[in-house]
Ligand binder design. Structure first.
Ligand SMILES: *[C@@H]1O[C@H](CO)[C@@H](O)[C@H](O)[C@H]1NC(C)=O
Ligand SMILES: *[C@@H]1O[C@H](CO)[C@@H](O)[C@H](O)[C@H]1NC(C)=O
Ligand SMILES: *[C@@H]1O[C@H](CO)[C@@H](O)[C@H](O)[C@H]1NC(C)=O
Ligand SMILES: *[C@@H]1O[C@H](CO)[C@@H](O)[C@H](O)[C@H]1NC(C)=O
Length: 439
């Protein structure tokens, strides 16, 4: 009897042991919660892999880790991301971008909205205090900013599902610190429309700070400078325990990479006029010049000098004039020239930085960490400007385009209960905080 018991006992023990060992050697569970960065110009999705303890930012079908925040409507389909961006030139009236600027936002007067919408090729309509976009394919209809958001989120959900091989239904999402409760609600609604349940909404600057592990570090004051394609956001965070508080916000919603490119484009167009006697006017030429300028801007962050080469077809007369003249523009551009063209714009970055320090009653040396976010913070001159202002090097190890999604994915890992993350960054919402805008 006793012998049988012990055989049974050891069988049970072996089973338990096998279960225990199995747990150690089985592949780690798939992440169940994704982190979403729904940006104004680009979006990304990431996950935290519990086993490895790493964040993976998931690529689209071509492996690109950020997709443009663009949605394009044709008579048969709705495209999102790069597919939509490719339609921007041929289908400008039905290709919507910048929708995040409008999500959940109330416009008291139609005039306020009209001022905002005048710069878009698509039609923005005023609808009872909020905004809708008018789409006209085979038939006309209007879509809300949160619907545009939902198509981008759906695209990212599919990217994640394709990569992970499981259905994705839960997410953490980031929003600008300045978003009010209504804008946060409409962002959640966009996710719900894409079939996603939002477990937590976190502020973008907090996410960026988390990407640098600052939720686990011994720091109290963190300054985040987020300079994207079209906006600058500066936030002063205060950390107490593992919780971040936003102490002050300021920014410039009309300053970003597009403005720096525009300065270079104007310069190059003037050079074309000087060299060939006619300015470029054809749509295709302008498109190619714009692309070349964008590429040159990126190259100049690494090289001190690039050669811009663009074939052009210049028209000297009006309609019925001589045939367009084919020329090759070869224009060297140095980093110094690019910095000179933008010197006044770069200086503008410091105004909101000074403002948040004043509001937080902090001296530059009391800021423990400076975090740079957004592609435009790659520009060496801008990094230098900020380093000199604070007398210390800013955090730049994480790709500035992926810092926010990396932090949101970490938070998603925490929400998904992924071992070994122990620390959770909580945010205390600030109801009375307002963002100061500089122009
Ligand atoms: C849209 O209109 C075009 C031509 O007017 C027609 O060929 C096409 O089938 C229509 N598409 C849809 C989805 O109705
Ligand atoms: C307009 O908004 C008000 C207040 O939010 C609401 O009561 C009303 O039903 C809305 N009207 C329409 C036509 O949507
Ligand atoms: C946001 O959503 C919450 C929860 O659904 C609701 O209680 C709150 O009233 C909403 N706030 C606004 C401003 O829409
Ligand atoms: C930028 O660099 C890439 C790769 O180094 C090169 O292919 C491209 O021609 C460069 N562009 C310009 C405008 O110099």
């Amino acid at each position: 009897m006793a012998g049988e018991m012990s055989i049974l006992g050891s069988a049970v023990l072996a089973l338990l042991l096998a279960g225990y060992l199995g747990q150690q050697y089985l592949p780690p569970p798939k992440p169940t919660v994704v982190g979403l960065d729904l940006g104004t110009t680009f979006c990304s999705v990431g996950v935290f892999h519990p086993g490895v303890g790493d964040v993976e930012v998931i690529g689209d079908e071509k492996g690109r880790k950020s997709i443009p925040s663009v949605v394009s409507f044709t008579s048969t389909e709705v495209h999102a991301g790069y597919d939509a961006l490719e339609l921007a030139d041929s289908n400008p009236h039905n290709t919507i971008y910048d929708a995040k600027r409008f999500i959940g936002k109330i416009f008291d007067k139609p005039e306020d909205m009209e001022r905002e919408s005048a710069r878009y090729p698509f039609k923005v309509v005023y609808s009872n205090g909020s905004v809708e976009f008018l789409v006209s394919t085979n038939h006309s209809f209007s879509v809300s900013p949160e619907f545009i958001g939902s198509r981008l989120l759906l695209k990212m959900r599919k990217m994640a599902e394709r990569r992970l091989g499981v259905a994705v239904q839960k997410a953490v999402i980031s929003v600008p610190a300045e978003f009010d409760e209504r804008q946060r609600n409409y962002t959640i609604r966009a996710a719900n429309l894409a079939g996603l349940d939002i477990l937590r909404v976190i502020n973008e600057p907090t996410a960026a700070a988390m990407a640098y592990g600052l939720h686990k570090a011994d720091v109290s004051n963190v300054l985040v400078v987020d300079l994207g394609g079209g906006t600058l956001d500066v936030s002063l965070l205060n950390k107490q325990g593992a919780m971040f508080f936003t102490r002050a916000m300021a920014g410039n919603n009309k300053l970003g990479g597009q403005d720096f490119s525009q300065r270079l484009l104007q310069y190059v167009m003037e050079r074309v006029r000087q060299r060939f006697g006619v300015p470029p006017t054809r749509k295709e030429d302008l498109h190619h010049l714009r692309q070349a300028v964008e590429a040159a801007k990126l190259n100049l962050t690494l090289s001190p000098r690039v050669l811009l080469e663009v074939p052009l077809h210049l028209e000297s007369g009006g309609p019925g004039g001589p045939a367009p003249q084919a020329v090759l523009l070869q224009e060297p551009v140095t980093r110094e020239l690019f910095e000179e063209l933008n010197a006044d714009l770069f200086q503008k970055i410091l105004a909101p930085v000074r403002r948040v320090l004043a509001e937080g009653q902090l001296q530059t040396e009391e800021v423990d960490e400076v975090v740079l976010v957004g592609g435009s913070t790659r520009i060496p001159r801008i990094r230098h400007l900020i380093a000199r202002f604070f007398g210390k090097e800013p955090n730049t190890a994480v790709d500035p385009d992926l810092a926010v999604v990396t932090g949101v994915a970490l938070q998603a890992g925490i929400m998904g209960g992924a071992w070994p993350l122990q620390v959770s960054a909580l945010e205390i919402p600030n109801r009375h905080l307002r963002k100061t805008n500089f122009h």
